[in-house]
Write a protein of this length. Sequence first.
Length: 157
Amino acid sequence: MVKRKSWREKLNDNKDLPKKIRMIGKVRARFGAGTMVIPAPREVNAIMKRVPLGKVITINEIRAAIAKKHGATICCPVTTGIFAWIAAHAADEAAADGVKRVTPYWRTLKSGGELNPKYPGGPRRLRKLLNAEGHRVVAKGKSLVVLDYQKAIFKRA
């Protein structure tokens, strides 16, 4: 029987990433000409980890910071989202093992300030953590969003 990798093992498996590619075919049709960087999981985690108390960041700001770092036109939205999800689960796994300072994944929002329902604990837990840090979380349709999240964006990603 094959043992499954822990979330922390997944986070630390870079799989020969980051990688910068020229956009061609369907990718070029969707995003335009230029280059795309496929980030390493630890790059995404490193940005998420730097977001201080009282601040938030969206996945789009993370993507912009990584694209800039690598001199690429854009950063892959799919892998960035997946790696943020892995970082969140790795942090939750570490916290369950008694680690005190973990990546504050609850401060990483989807575009539009929406809480990520796929993060550990789901929207209710994220809301509780964000409220405890002074953010106001409100319902917007079926989603929960941080009210005025733009005013709390972490700029030095």
